[in-house]
Design a protein around this ligand. Structure first.
Ligand SMILES: [Zn+2]
Length: 481
């Protein structure tokens, strides 16, 4: 079976070569200036530079220029008049390839959704080409909506990483373990056996940040979670895990390990800067203290949580008060069901206010910080991304505010969090390269990506019909017996 899988990978690599026709994407040889916009720097002081410019040289921000300051000759100019210029948004949690399963099953509890729909569909369908095209589709959606970095956990790590490189988006991803056979590996041990090779290959990659993920303590034995964490630790890489999304997780963890989820992770040393605790809804005061002392961060996914009917929100305000790094995430496109980080900011602000009965909880500027610097800190990438400060990677987004829903503009953060949508983004730069211009993706052929996605949709429909028919047959047989 393992040989078959290798063969499939080689085949997929052949099929993929040349499948996506790169269009002209702009990576100017000389400096690039984004000039004349309202620049939201996201530095400690929260400075906003009205009418200023961001000077990009190669892959980094070289300088911020005041409105009247001289501009260097020979630079390529992007006119940002009528735009708010922001740091690229950071999506701290998701499963990008699941865009091909979006809308397949909704409106049911998490564990029913996973066990009766998503896991069987994935077992039948997920293969290198599925992951490649699903991730590419999501990458296009995210880039066009202003997200320049996303963290992901899914299968077929090589195909996933390749899709993000082809799309031109920054991705935090890599080896993944879960305690049952998956489409790519039969066991966590098998998944980890050649995982170091991935970590080595992407060590100095300009846009792929190698990271290790363990699905969750309710699906993965603690010793396998620990082995995955040790690999992340060896490479000083981010480590991702789902944590207390559902109240049953602490019960299961206690049965299996004698400890709650956060305590169990702490017992193996897995709480440290760069550890991403996705969801973190059912945290006790003791859990919050433990996380705060460790430097680990929380990926808060308010829309996914609300959609799955989790009857409370993650204690974000309390986590921030304790000094825990918090970022925002969409979660997978099958449990949200979009990848719009503007939408996520809006929801994050409102759900805390609603839960706490306090309109002052999580004000707009705080929420915008979560979606940028907060997310960067959660991923331990805050020295590289998350703000428009000189020296950082040039991940820059232009939001067009000459729109009916954004006119007039009094307070920038208010519009960014409560009124803007991903569709208001006009231009996106990742690592100094213009990847979206005037709302068009420049790196891949969007029509071809969608055509491929429709093809996978047909296959998904067929497989789900087969699964439903098999279930009915099993039921009939059981009744007869
Ligand atoms: Zn998730």
């Amino acid at each position: 079976m393992y040989e078959d899988f290798r063969y499939t990978l080689v085949l997929a690599a052949l099929v993929l070569t040349g499948c996506v026709r790169p269009q002209e994407s702009s990576s100017p040889d000389g400096p690039l200036i984004i000039d004349g916009g309202t620049v939201v720097i996201m530095d400690e002081a929260g400075t906003i530079l009205e009418g200023g410019a961001v000077l990009v040289e190669s892959d980094r921000i070289a300088a911020l220029l005041e409105p009247g300051a001289p501009r260097p000759d020979g630079a390529t100019v992007i006119d940002a008049t009528g735009h708010v210029v922001i740091p690229g948004l950071v999506n701290t949690h998701g499963h990008a390839a699941m865009s091909l399963l979006r809308g397949l099953a909704d409106d049911m509890p998490l564990l029913t959704w996973l066990n009766d729909h998503i896991f069987p569909a994935e077992a039948a369908l997920v293969a290198p080409d599925f992951v490649y095209w699903g991730t590419l589709l999501s990458s296009v959606e995210m880039l066009k909506g202003g997200t320049t970095t996303f963290a992901d956990m899914y299968y077929f790590r090589d195909d996933m990483a390749q899709a993000t490189v082809d799309a031109g988006i920054r991705a935090v991803t890599g080896p993944h373990v879960i305690g049952f056979p998956t489409p790519d590996y039969a066991s966590p041990e098998e998944s980890l056996a050649d995982a170091a090779e991935f970590m080595e290959r992407y060590q100095d990659h300009p846009t792929v940040v190698p990271a290790v993920a363990a699905h969750a303590l309710y699906t993965t034995p603690l010793h396998a979670v620990e082995a995955a964490f040790r690999l992340a630790e060896r490479y000083d890489a981010p480590f991702q895990i789902h944590a207390v999304e559902d109240p049953s997780e602490n019960v299961t963890a206690r049965e299996l390990t004698g400890m709650g989820v956060i305590e169990a992770l702490d017992s193996i040393g897995a709480l440290r800067p760069g550890t991403v605790l996705a969801h973190s809804i059912y945290l006790s005061d003791e859990d919050i203290e433990r996380i705060a002392a460790s430097g680990a961060g929380i990926a808060h996914n308010p829309q996914s949580n609300m959609k799955l009917g989790v009857a409370r929100a993650a204690p974000v305000a309390a986590a921030l008060a304790a000094g825990i790094p918090v970022g925002l995430g969409t979660d997978g496109p099958a449990s949200n069901n979009d990848l719009d980080m503007f939408d996520e900011m809006d929801a994050a602000a409102k759900v805390q206010k609603f839960m706490l009965g306090d309109p002052a909880a999580l004000p707009a500027e705080t929420v915008f910080r979560l979606a940028t610097m907060g997310g960067a800190r959660v991923l331990n990438l805050h020295h590289e991304i998350g703000s428009l400060e000189p020296g950082k990677r040039a991940d820059i987004v232009l939001v067009d505010v000459r729109r009916p829903g954004l006119t007039p503009l009094y307070r920038v953060y208010s519009h960014l969090v409560y009124a803007a949508r991903g569709s208001d983004v006009s231009t996106v730069i990742v690592n100094g390269r213009v990847v979206v211009r005037d709302r068009e993706i420049l790196t891949v052929d969007q029509d071809e990506v969608m055509e491929r996605a429709r093809g996978f949709g047909d296959r998904v429909r067929e497989v789900m019909e087969d699964i439903a028919a098999a279930r009915t047959a099993d039921g009939t047989q059981a009744e007869r017996q």
